[in-house]
Design a protein around this ligand. Structure first.
Ligand SMILES: Cc1cc2nc3c(=O)[nH]c(=O)nc-3n(C[C@H](O)[C@H](O)[C@H](O)COP(=O)(O)OP(=O)(O)OC[C@H]3O[C@@H](n4cnc5c(N)ncnc54)[C@H](O)[C@@H]3O)c2cc1C
Length: 506
């Protein structure tokens, strides 16, 4: 017995020594490209990279490398290929779907050192930036001249442009201004074989010829290569922005108000909704003076020149009133407006004030169905004995239900995950989608087969294979696999648009 235990100990020490020798050799090879301190193999430092914002999943990568230029990225990609290592690109690691979760034995290529704004060209309304630039830093660099970068994820003070490109990130003001894909004109991309290519140009869409390859790469979740430069469109700051708060007895009336406004052809810059539980969390965390005795709140921005703002705000006001708003008011001053938006943008973090843990979901539904879908979501929570808060981009129909749970209670995290999955099925039943802006990543791969049939998925894999035939980049992400999802990954159900004959798959 003692001898066996001793053997096992020796085997495990030998395994550790082999790994240490292997790690040192690997580190030495990548260090030749990026420098010793930027090739990380120490267990304690690797821990920083073992997950993203999907905190329930952790995998320790084999090595993390932090290149400082396109050339270094290309050399790291070529070496990873020679060594047959999976590659996981990483920005700031704020993704919520496990997009930058390492794969077993992978090299994580972190872009955090590439954070320069390389060029600002206001006559052409573009800026050229490295992928590790923080989203908000572009606006900070331009606002003195009256310009800004429009896509504004709530994580914009920490997430990177490279991550935004990979996820096609959105934000509150994407209702009027569009998602990341509408603001990227060109890219430098290191392909999975290490070749460096330029896609798009500053000439913009009217002059672009051929296939829209920038459009293919944006939203491809790090599976087409590593973005090492981004040419972004920048916009003139609106002459005036008017913010409105409206409170409602319940999410039914608030949902109705959103449908009326959008249905009337009014395009506010943003319409965000918070339900009662979300209001409670935000008030506790940020000190906004929102009333706690209401069922829902809409936060709306209307922008443009004076006459446009006045007309749009007046029309929106009438629809809010007709839908049953309790109180409609404007912020008293700029400080109150800024606090309101800060409250909205820190809503996820604010959940910590009302629950030890939460699972953020991200699904899309037709805007007209906000009220019934929120009722179904509430019923799912009640049946599972869990509270669900809702704070979301209502104008886009992009829901973010936050399933609250206590990780200290055995089994509750798993129940929360199941409820979050059922929420996606509700979105699909209403003709929506399993993700709006947080991506599929690791988290939702098993649900993709419920939105798309086998032919659709195969077609998407063919596009992926055109860039990465070896499937080396972010393997086992996005697409359902038997290992992740069992032999039969999710039953495909015809989309309501197919049933109604609006869309076909022929
Ligand atoms: C509090 C909070 C609020 C959020 N709010 C929003 C929101 O309003 N809207 C929204 O859309 N998202 C939101 N997110 C999600 C997240 O911030 C975005 O997905 C963001 O774009 C991720 O950027 P990142 O730099 O953290 O990328 P990471 O999380 O590091 O990576 C995301 C994906 O991009 C890939 N990737 C990263 N860099 C590159 C590159 N240079 N080249 C190729 N692939 C790359 C990774 O492999 C991964 O698949 C929020 C997250 C948090 C934590």
């Amino acid at each position: 017995m003692h001898v066996r235990e001793g053997e096992r100990r020796i085997e495990s020490i030998a395994g550790d020594v082999r790994k240490a020798l292997g790690d040192a050799a690997l580190q030495a090879q990548f260090a030749l490209i990026v420098g010793a301190k930027n090739a990380i193999v120490s267990e304690s430092q690797l821990r920083t990279y073992e997950c993203d914002g999907l905190l329930g999943y952790r995998v320790r990568p084999q090595i993390v490398v932090l290149p400082g230029s396109t050339e270094e990225v290309a050399a790291c990609v070529k070496l990873a290929r020679e060594l047959n290592l999976p590659v996981v690109p990483r920005g700031a690691g704020t993704g919520l779907s496990g997009g930058s979760l390492p794969s077993e034995g992978s090299v994580v290529i972190g872009l955090s050192r590439m954070k320069k704004i390389l060029e600002v060209d206001l006559p052409n309304r573009v800026a050229r930036v490295q992928p590790g630039v923080i989203n908000l830093d572009i606006t900070r660099a331009l606002e003195g001249d009256g310009w800004y970068y429009a896509p504004d994820p709530s994580s914009q003070s920490v997430c990177t442009i490279g991550g935004n490109v990979a996820e096609n990130s959105g934000g509150a003001h994407c209702l009027k201004y569009g998602f990341t894909v509408n603001h990227v004109l060109g890219l430098t991309l290191v392909l999975p074989d290490g070749e460096v290519v330029q896609l798009g140009s500053r000439a913009g869409e009217p002059d672009a010829l051929g296939y829209d390859l920038v459009g293919v790469v944006v939203g491809s979740e790090g599976m087409t290569g590593i973005v090492t430069e981004v040419l972004v469109r920048v916009l003139r700051t609106a002459a005036r922005t008017q913010t409105l708060f409206a409170t409602f007895p319940s999410t039914d009336e608030a949902g109705d108000a959103v449908s009326r406004i959008i249905g009337a052809g009014i395009v506010p810059a943003a319409i965000e909704m918070c339900d009662q539980l979300a209001i409670e969390a935000i008030v506790k965390a940020t000190g906004v003076d929102w009333p706690l005795d209401v069922g829902a709140l809409l936060l709306m921005d209307v922008d443009g020149v004076d006459a446009e703002v006045e007309e749009t705000a007046a029309r929106a006001y009438d629809h809010l009133r007709a839908a049953g708003a309790l109180v409609i008011r404007a912020p008293r001053d700029e400080a109150e407006r800024a606090l309101a938006w800060k409250g909205r943008k820190s809503a996820f973090a604010a959940m910590g004030r009302i629950s030890p843990n939460y699972h953020v979901q991200d699904g899309v539904i037709p805007r007209k169905d906000i009220a019934p879908v929120l009722r179904e979501i509430a019923a799912l929570g009640a049946n599972a004995g869990l509270r669900i808060a809702n704070v979301f981009h209502a104008g886009d129909g992009n829901l973010h239900p936050l399933v609250l749970y206590d990780g200290r209670i055995p089994g509750q995290e798993q129940i929360a995950e199941l409820v979050a999955g059922e929420i996606l099925r509700v979105c699909l039943r209403y003709g929506g989608s399993v993700t709006g802006e947080h991506g599929v990543g690791h988290d939702k791969a098993c649900y993709l087969g419920e939105q798309f049939n086998a032919d659709d998925l195969e077609t998407m894999q063919m596009v992926r294979a055109a860039f990465d035939p070896e499937r080396r980049f972010n393997p086992e992400k996005v697409f359902p696999t038997p290992r992740l999802c069992g032999d039969k990954p999710g039953a495909y159900v015809a989309h309501p648009a197919e049933v109604s004959g609006e869309a076909g798959r022929g």
